[in-house]
Write a protein that binds this ligand. Structure first.
Ligand code: NAD
Length: 304
């Protein structure tokens, strides 16, 4: 059976490295990194996510604050708040928790794209701004998007090199599928937390992007040395689709009967794959770790 890729443990390692980095920078007289999350409305899942981010910041010695705005907030009000934070020198990282609530004001709605575009590219720790996406595509990233960076760190630290191998990414979202495909196909390692030099090459892969319109998905996935599933459909990826020995990374987080499951049929696939991430405890914990990484990076950018 497959080796378990323990994302939880790797996330702990990374968080300890970051805490040490923060400790050293503060000791050297530099500012304490500060992240400000903006939460609009009272979506229960978003509240949990934001609280987890706040707690993770605290443990790493990063100042984390949450701006809680009512669901009645207008587009203009939210943009004004972001502008304030953009100009606040004590705030290094800004993130707007998604999804934004359905606007109650039709005259002045919350427009997700406009809101994300308003975050200063130098404080954009989610790496959603067009500037940061463009820099990533050009192979000179400033911030790496958190979940894709988490996947790269996982492959890197679990010694699952992809150089020259065929990676099939299922999903083409802006948050996960597209940036992962870009990062793995580039010439240089994108894992920039920790000692990327000493590790194996988590870049230079041959990448196929499969999506909702892909014909014969099973045939495409069967060709993969490494499968990355970011779809949002429970058990979409089954054992018959996996080449024996392949690495399987399950990004999906789906709630089924009050339990969290991935996009991969874990029980079946683990009998065929060479390595596999569990859900929960796989990619999920790495996403927050990489957010902390980006917050420290934002503070370093502000150092000049
Ligand atoms: P999304 O809905 O934006 O994109 C889903 C993608 O899957 C689309 O590009 C679509 O083309 C593709 N798709 C849909 N049906 C398909 C099918 N039948 N066959 C092949 N491809 C199909 O989702 P997303 O934001 O990329 O998230 C994907 C999953 O990852 C979700 O379950 C989400 O909860 C999870 N997620 C996890 C983390 C984490 O931290 N682990 C972060 C972000 C998202």
């Amino acid at each position: 059976t497959a080796t378990l890729l323990n994302g939880k443990q790797i996330a702990q390692e990374i968080r300890a490295e970051i805490a040490e980095q923060v400790r050293r920078r503060v000791q050297a007289g530099k500012s304490q990194p500060k992240l400000c999350a903006i939460l609009v409305g009272d979506d229960p899942a978003s509240q949990v996510y934001v609280r987890n981010k706040e707690r993770a910041c605290e443990k790493a010695g990063i100042a984390g604050t949450v701006d809680r705005l009512p669901a009645t907030t207008t587009g203009t009000e939210l943009l004004a708040r972001i502008e304030q934070l953009n100009h606040d020198p004590t705030v290094h990282g800004i993130l707007v928790q998604l999804p934004l609530p359905k606007s109650e004001s039709s005259a002045d709605p919350l427009d997700e794209r406009r809101v994300l575009d308003a975050v200063s590219p130098l404080k954009d720790v989610d790496a959603f701004s067009p500037v940061n996406v463009g820099l990533l595509m050009q192979g000179r990233p400033r911030f790496l998007p958190c979940t894709p960076h988490g996947v790269v760190q996982l492959l890197h630290r679990c010694d699952r090199p992809v150089a020259g191998k065929h990676v099939v990414v299922i999903g083409r979202s802006d948050i996960v599928g597209k940036p992962i495909a870009s990062m793995l196909s580039q010439r240089t390692n994108m894992a920039n937390q920790g000692d990327a030099e000493g590790g194996r090459d988590v870049a230079n892969a041959t990448v196929t992007i499969a999506h909702s319109r892909t014909e014969n998905l099973a045939d495409v996935v069967r060709q993969a040395d490494c499968v990355i599933a970011a779809v949002g459909i429970p058990k979409l990826v089954t054992a018959d689709m996996i080449r024996p020995g392949a690495t399987v990374v399950d990004v999906g987080i789906n709630r089924v009967d009050d339990k969290l499951v991935g996009d991969v049929d874990f029980e079946g696939v683990k009998e065929v794959a060479g390595a596999i991430t569990p859900v929960p405890g796989g990619v999920g914990p790495l996403t927050i770790a990489m957010l902390l990484h980006n917050t420290v990076k934002a503070a370093e950018l502000a150092d000049g």
